[in-house]
Design a protein around this ligand. Structure first.
Ligand code: PLP
Length: 379
C-alpha cells in the first residue's frame, strides 16, 4: 500500500474524541451510563425527535424497531433491495419476510409507487432507507402509508443531518434507526440509535435493549435503596457503552462542519466531472438535501470500461473507490425468493461506484480521482 493511497472514507476523529474516551475510562463507568443518557438527549435534539434510545448498532436498532411495531412470523415488510443487507436481515430477525421493492433511479430510494407495486395482504410495514444520505421523499411515503394503514420505519443509518423539506431527516418519523459505524458521518466505532416521538415505545425499547429489565443498571446504581429488578419480557443485550457515547457526543458537535465540508467537496466533484463523459453523479433530490455520506456516480451503458474494471484501474492508480450500493436480492442469503423485477436496483448496483469523500480529502487528491476517471472515460 503506497503512502499516497486515497481511501474511500476516513472518520474525522481527533484529540477531543480521544480525551472524551479517556475521561469515560477514568471515571470508572464504562458500560451504559450517564454519557449514553447525555448522548441520547443531544441526538434527540439534533434530529428533532422526542426520544432517542442508544443501542449497539443500526442493525440492532432496526431489529428492535420491528419488535416494537409487533412485526412477526407470517408478516411481510416492504424493503428496498438496494441497501446494505442489514436492512433486509432485520426483517428476518423477527421471523417476517422482506419483500423487495424497486427504487427511483435518480435517488436510489423507495417511492410510494414502487412500494405500491409489492403491497400484498400480508404486508404489515414499510421500511424505507435514506440511501447514502439522499433523503427519501418521506412526505409522500408517509401520506401513502397512512392511507394504506401501514407503519413507515426509516433506516436513516447514513442520513444524520440530511434534510427533507428543510427539516432534519428523522423529525416526525414514526420510528427511525441510525448508525455510528465509521463509514457513516458520526461514528462511535460501532453503535446505533432509535428515535421516535412515542413515549411508550421508547420505554419498551429501553427495556428491550437491556434484557427486558424494568430498571436500568444506572437507575439501580444511583438508588440508595436496593432495587430488585424484574424481567418483563425476553429482551436482548443491545446496549451502547459510555466510552462510545463519550466519543459520539464530541462527534455530534462536529456534525455541521462535517456536512458543510462534504457538501463542498461534492459540489467540487460535480464541477470537475461535468466534462467527463458517461458519468452521472448522485445529487440532491427536489425535496431535500443530502449529507453526501456517499458520493456515487452512475456509469452510462456505453462507458468504455465496465464498473469492476474501472474500480481495478482506480485501485491501480492508488485510489480506493467502492462498488455502489448492493442489491440484497442478488446475494446468496436471499436467493430463490419470489419477487418482482427490480430494473433500477440492478442497474444502479451494477453500474455505480462510490468515490473517495471524507472530511480531510484535499483538492489535490480529488483532482487525482477525477484525472483517473477521465483517463478511463477516454479509452
Ligand atoms: C450501515 C448501514 C446499516 C448497518 O449499520 P450498522 O450500524 O453497521 O449495523 C444499515 N442500513 C444501512 C442503509 C446502512 O448503510
Amino acid at each position: 500500500m503506497s503512502a499516497d493511497r486515497i481511501p474511500v472514507m476516513i472518520p474525522w476523529l481527533g484529540e477531543e474524541e480521544a480525551r472524551a474516551a479517556s475521561d469515560a475510562v477514568l471515571s470508572g463507568w464504562v458500560a451504559q451510563g450517564p454519557r449514553v443518557a447525555a448522548f441520547e438527549r443531544a441526538f434527540a435534539e439534533r434530529v428533532g425527535a422526542e426520544h432517542a434510545i442508544a443501542v449497539s448498532s443500526c442493525t440492532t436498532a432496526l431489529h428492535l424497531a420491528l419488535v416494537a411495531l409487533g412485526i412477526g412470523p407470517g408478516d411481510e415488510v416492504v424493503v428496498p433491495s438496494l441497501s446494505f443487507i442489514a436492512t433486509a436481515n432485520a426483517v428476518r430477525y423477527v421471523g417476517a419476510e422482506p419483500v423487495f421493492a424497486d427504487v427511483d433511479p435518480a435517488t436510489g430510494n423507495l417511492t410510494a409507487a414502487t412500494v405500491d407495486a409489492v403491497r400484498f395482504p400480508r404486508t404489515k410495514a414499510v421500511l424505507v432507507v435514506h440511501q447514502g444520505g439522499v433523503p427519501a421523499d418521506v412526505h409522500s411515503l408517509r401520506a401513502a402509508c397512512a392511507e394504506w394503514g401501514l407503519p413507515l420505519v426509516e433506516d436513516a443509518a447514513c442520513a444524520i443531518g440530511s434534510t427533507v423539506g428543510g427539516k432534519p431527516v428523522g423529525q416526525d418519523a414514526l420510528i427511525a434507526a441510525w448508525s455510528f459505524h465509521p463509514r457513516k458521518l458520526v461514528t462511535t466505532g460501532e453503535g446505533g440509535m432509535i428515535t421516535t416521538d412515542d413515549a411508550e415505545w421508547a420505554a419498551r425499547l429501553r427495556r428491550l435493549r437491556e434484557h427486558g429489565m424494568n430498571s436500568s443498571a444506572a437507575e439501580r446504581h444511583s438508588s440508595s435503596k436496593p432495587v430488585l429488578e424484574s424481567y418483563l419480557e425476553v429482551g436482548y443485550n443491545y446496549r451502547m457503552t459510555d466510552v462510545q457515547a463519550a466519543i459520539g457526543l464530541v462527534q455530534l458537535g462536529k456534525l455541521d462542519a462535517m456536512i458543510a465540508r462534504r457538501r463542498e467537496l461534492a459540489a467540487r466533484y460535480d464541477e470537475l466531472l461535468r466534462d467527463v463523459p458517461g458519468l452521472t453523479p448522485v445529487r440532491d433530490p427536489e425535496h431535500g438535501q443530502s449529507n453526501f455520506q456517499s458520493y456515487w456516480v452512475l456509469l452510462a451503458e456505453d462507458f468504455p470500461v465496465g464498473r469492476d474494471d474501472l474500480l481495478a484501474a482506480l485501485a491501480e492508480a492508488g485510489i480506493s473507490a467502492r462498488r455502489g450500493i448492493m442489491a440484497s436480492h442478488l446475494e446468496p442469503a436471499y436467493e430463490g425468493r419470489p419477487g418482482v423485477p427490480l430494473p433500477a436496483t440492478e442497474r444502479i448496483s451494477r453500474d455505480s461506484l462510490i468515490l473517495p469523500l471524507f472530511h480531510t480529502l484535499t483538492e489535490a487528491q480529488q483532482d487525482r480521482v477525477v484525472e483517473a476517471l477521465r483517463e478511463q472515460a477516454r479509452r
